[in-house]
Design a binder for this molecule. Structure first.
Ligand code: DOR
Ligand code: ZN
Length: 366
């Protein structure tokens, strides 16, 4: 990486400040996004460019309606994504299989061998958006997971229990004990990504399983805690699943992301919903952060005084986990007022999608 000095840095560094050694720019290998919802049709057409502008590759979530469960469906979806990305951007969609009860081991093995599946996604049934076809018990996917162990195909986990008796803020921590710990024992060869971790328990669980577990962390869970969802009224654009937790958890995520652990890597969980479907009586879960993702991550690493760790988190740890080479191309982020729209248009639907904006300043541009 290459960190450029901000003019006047010597004056700033003489002042006692809890904040970063300041830098005017940072050059890193092009990052990848290991957790993205690109949707399909008109939403895909509006959203794909925003991910492709920032990232070289992205793990594409399969929670379409109907879900992506077949190799042929994933290949066709990959072509639609490629067609939605402007020609001047080099972008590689990495496809995932949506696991359902009775997931076919042969379909998993074949798709991996054919270079279509990079991983498979486990949604506990009814945990989140379009998860109605998700898994109702681990017994019902055991054969599929055994095939994945043999094929060296990682499992990506939405780590929340769905038991209505478990408080929404406890669903991740309970999942670790009740589901993930037994799963690790039952499938000793399986590599797992605990997606969008939101708790200090999630951080600790990943750290306790080096070599087996990775964890992705979103820009929004690094930016705000659960209070922000209710500050001055209910704020639907801060609502996503897993829901943001207490401040102590946000701080644990910031420590994990900026630590020297190679187990944590970038996954935005950018999840577009048109603004009308978020600002209503039963708003959808999801934060659309693709246009501002790297700017927000850079802000957080700068605030933590850890800009020198941004490249590992954004561009190195993820490829290493997946056994892929890092991108060769370099990109530069500059310290400058954020230059991003507050919404994007979906012209074919005559609708808009609101872009994530933290309450705190973002002083990076990309
Ligand atoms: O907030 C979320 N939105 N969490 C998920 O797990 C799914 C996602 C979506 O697809 O909208
Ligand atoms: Zn997601």
């Amino acid at each position: 990486i290459n960190i450029g000095a901000r003019s006047g840095a010597s004056v700033e560094s003489a002042m006692p400040s809890p904040i970063a050694p300041s830098a005017a720019s940072i050059t890193i290998r092009r990052p990848d996004d290991w957790h993205v919802h690109l949707r399909d049709g008109h939403l895909l057409a509006a959203c794909a460019v925003h991910t492709a502008r920032q990232f070289g590759r992205a793990i594409i979530m399969p929670n379409l309606v109907p879900p992506v469960t077949k190799v042929a469906e994933a290949s066709a979806y990959r072509e639609r994504i490629r067609a939605a990305v402007p020609k001047d951007l080099r972008f590689e969609p990495l496809m995932t299989c949506y696991l359902t009860d009775g997931a076919d081991p042969a379909e998993l093995t074949r798709g991996k061998a054919e270079g279509v599946w990079v991983a498979a996604k486990l949604y506990p049934a009814h945990a989140t958006t379009n998860s109605a076809h998700g898994v109702t018990s681990m017994d019902r996917v055991a054969k599929g997971l055994e095939a994945m162990e043999k094929a060296g195909m990682p499992l990506l986990v939405h780590g929340e229990v769905t038991d209505p008796d478990v408080d929404i803020f406890d669903r991740e921590a309970v999942f670790l004990d009740k589901v993930l710990a037994p799963l690790l024992k039952r499938h000793p060869g399986l590599k797992i990504v605990l997606e969008h971790i939101t708790t200090r328990e999630g951080v600790a669980f990943v750290e306790a399983h080096p070599g087996r577990l990775g964890g992705t962390i979103t820009p929004h869970h690094l930016s705000y805690n659960r209070n922000a969802i209710f500050k001055g009224g209910i704020r639907p654009h801060f609502y996503c699943l897993p829901i943001a937790k207490r401040e102590e958890h946000r701080l644990a995520l910031r420590r994990a992301a900026t630590s020297d652990s190679t187990q944590f890597f970038l996954g935005t969980d950018t999840a577009p919903h048109t603004t009308d479907t978020k600002e209503c009586a039963c708003g959808c879960a999801g934060v659309f952060n693709a246009p501002v993702a790297m700017q927000v991550y850079a802000q957080i690493f700068a605030e933590e005084g850890k800009l020198d760790r941004l490249e590992a988190f954004a561009s190195l740890n993820g490829p290493a986990f997946y056994g892929l080479p890092p991108n060769e191309e370099r990109v530069t982020l500059r310290a400058a007022t954020l230059d991003a729209p507050d919404h994007i248009d979906v012209p074919a639907l005559a609708k808009i999608i609101t872009v994530f904006r933290p309450d705190t300043p973002v002083d990076w541009s990309f």
